[in-house]
Ligand binder design. Sequence first.
Ligand code: NAD
Length: 511
Amino acid sequence: MTTTDTTSPVHAATDLPTVGHWIDGADYPSRSGRTADVYDPALGVVTKRVALADGAEIEAAIASAHAAFPAWRDTSLAKRQTVLFKFRELLDARKGELAEIITGEHGKVVSDALGEISRGQEVVEFATGLAHHLKGEFSEQVSTGIDVYSIRQPLGVVGIISPFNFPAMVPSWFFPIAIAAGNTVVLKPSEKDPSAANWLAALWKEAGLPDGVFTVLHGDKEAVDGLLTHRHVKAISFVGSTPIARYVYETGTRNGKRVQALGGAKNHMLVLPDADLDLVADAAINAGFGSAGERCMAISVVVAVEPIADPLIEKITERIATLRTGDGRRGCDMGPLVTRVHRDKVASYIDIAIEDGATVVVDGRDVVPDGDANGFWLGPTLIDGVPITSRVYTEEIFGPVLSIVRVPSYADGVELINDGAFGNGTAIFTNDGGAARRFQNEIQVGMVGVNVPIPVPVATFSFGGWKDSLFGDTKAHGAEGVRFYTQQKAITSRWLDPSHGGINLGFPQHD
Ligand code: NAD
């Protein structure tokens, strides 16, 4: 048996359970002989392993989803929605269990895990009303005796490939709508925190979803490539880092799939001099350090329009001193990072900042955690005067490192943000309605907050960025999600009577 990512010096036990796949509505133990380690990040130990699928397992997962499709597609919308309602009720009642699982593998504090589940539940609730969104169009008598109408139909098997940072919410952006629309789903979760997917699969079964409609296939690049190239997979929803998103988009589309691939981010918060700096400091702390900065909508750069940088830094620093970093099960504010490798990579940016001439105001490496000494700890870090040529500014760090960049004016701030490679989220903080309105118009970013630091749209709207933050034409959930998981068909219909006889080889014209 080979394993990957065995970076922790401490292993809890030699006899560890393995998280297997979920195929045909049941646990499906893997025989591939390949696994990856799954850590409890607050303890710094490997607590289980996750199966990494081989070709036979990929084939079994997709074959099961393919076989389940015709019956699920033909199940009435009312019956499909009944399953959705039941799933929503079970999720709502039992989300505490799921939150504990997420904290045990991802490390985020339990309240934050509950928050991500609630945002996922929102999409389930949206999907319970899918009948409304699937309504077609109808034009009567477009030509004599002829009506034209359109319907939206499911695609077939759809693949969802998700990142480690939201093991429940990100898959939930997609599968409720895909399933309600009549597709069958193969979910390939992150190998870093795989158990939430199996818990959700078992919940679907309890809600009455037929076997094969929701499948979990664990794995690495081999499983991803299997989904991207298999002839029975019609569409791919991917969320992860930008290089992999680009690869998934290019490979998937080359293989004839419909693909939406959401990538990385570097989100800026523009602070105008008229803003309330106490509220701004609160927002910067929440959006910079929540989930240890491992959010695609985290704020990683505060762009301060002078002269407010110094007083703002003072207020942020005061607040950092009140934060408790530690085990997410102990009521702390901020948990560990997901693996030691990731923690060390994030920490390395602090050295880069120093080399590049920035000032480290608060160094998270000095944190004293409320947790096990082996945990993957890095405290909140604040860096002032980050040069925009520094990798600290240009690269996605994905950790609790907040940079301050000073600009002389609103226009310089906007230019800076628009010059960035990513375009996921951004926010402006001001009391000037005119400036905010101008910002929402001028900024080249997909999701914009006005005095809202993490502007994740509600489920009835669609989630997604611009530029290197999204490859493809459609965003997640809302109307765009419905469009992604369905294909439109236009029907031209005439009910014949004797007056329609006669031969005419010309192209159909209206009369
Ligand atoms: P990742 O790109 O490493 O992994 C994402 C998925 O791709 C996982 O399922 C993983 O198994 C798979 N994968 C990894 N390497 C692969 C390869 N070489 N070929 C094919 N598949 C591969 O991302 P991550 O570290 O799990 O998640 C963090 C990233 O996700 C960050 O960049 C973050 O910004 C991004 N993210 C973006 C959004 C968004 O909405 N835009 C939301 C959440 C996370």
